[in-house]
Design a protein around this ligand. Structure first.
Ligand SMILES: [Zn+2]
Length: 314
């Protein structure tokens, strides 16, 4: 082997080394990227699953227990749900008795030392609406966008505590989302302005919209109580029908997570009293819209609701 051949060989050898080195590095890099742990988050409702995804971004994988159109007041966790929650790094739920049949599960998860984020804990009690003579608060907090900002802050804090390494990212995601929620709040107020004050009356199937009413200046009447657990009686239907006739209300609304029969009964009762009230469309109450509904996220759902309400009452 002459000098020239040696040089070529040496060059080829070092190239091979570099190549191997590179390959090894790349492989290690890839492995650590794919192995990088994402937080396994289980969320109860569609709103909370959406919120968890927005705040967690690339660092979380979110499993929502309840699909679109599912009523959280009546939802019973399956054995599969319980096992999902037990295996999760973090469980996020609304609280305020929204998940009325799941209280014991959350309690046992907390006592077992699992990380549980209850949105209720992040809210200022003074901003909550009372229900049933002060014993229970109204759980439908997502209808006031400013309360949902507090919920978002609670989720970011919970994720940061559980995963301090990515706290800066959770906070950036939070800051960006809070700005989007400010824009959303402004949108709801602008659309509301299109209605004369006398027309700002919202009649729905169950009392989900009190926070919405308080935040945006609507008078709200629900046919059923705050939970869908209580059926509306004929006296309730008749009283609400009288109210609609006396106020000459143009439209009432069905809800995505409540069967429409109660609102249809109300419409019939109004008709029997000689007045026509339209069904103004379907509002998303206790869940977001399904796939391809145009209301798959919290922000889209809030927009869809105010558009439906204002367009029907205008
Ligand atoms: Zn509800």
């Amino acid at each position: 082997m002459n000098r020239r051949q040696k040089i070529i060989l040496a060059a080829a050898f070092s190239a091979l080394l570099m190549l191997t080195g590179c390959t090894q590095n790349t492989t290690t890099g890839n492995v650590s990227d794919t192995v990088e742990e994402t937080l396994n988050v289980v969320a109860t409702t569609t709103m909370i699953a959406d919120l968890s995804s927005v705040i967690g971004g690339e660092h979380v994988s979110v499993n929502g227990l309840m699909g679109p159109g599912i009523d959280p007041h009546l939802y019973q966790a399956s054995a599969g749900d319980v096992s999902l929650m037990q295996k999760a790094d973090i469980v996020v739920y609304n609280g305020l008795h929204l998940e009325g049949k799941m209280g014991e599960i959350f309690e046992s998860l907390s006592t077992q030392g699992d990380t549980v984020i209850c949105l209720e804990d992040g809210l200022d009690e003074a901003k909550l609406l009372e229900w049933e003579e002060g014993s229970v608060y109204d759980p439908h907090i997502w209808f006031d966008v400013t309360l949902w900002k507090d919920a978002a802050t609670a989720v970011a804090k919970g994720f940061s505590d559980a995963d301090p390494e990515h706290a800066a990212d959770y906070n950036t995601n939070l800051e960006n989302y809070l700005k989007e929620l400010d824009d959303l709040d402004a949108y709801v107020r602008e659309r509301t302005e299109e209605l004369p004050e006398s027309q700002r009356v919202l009649v729905t199937a169950h009392d989900a919209f009190s926070y919405f009413g308080k935040a945006y200046g609507f008078e709200v009447r629900g046919l059923q109580g705050i939970s869908t657990d209580a059926e509306a009686g004929t006296a309730d239907v008749s009283n609400l029908a009288d109210f609609i006739v006396s106020r000459q209300i143009r439209a009432i609304f069905v809800e995505s997570s409540v069967p429409p029969k109660t609102i249809e009964a109300l419409q019939a009762a109004v008709k029997a009293k000689g007045f026509e009230v339209a069904i103004g469309g379907e509002l998303y109450s206790d869940s977001l819209g399904g796939e391809d509904s145009g209301a798959e996220t919290y922000i889209l759902t809030v927009k869809a609701n105010i558009d439906t309400i204002v367009d029907a009452l205008k």
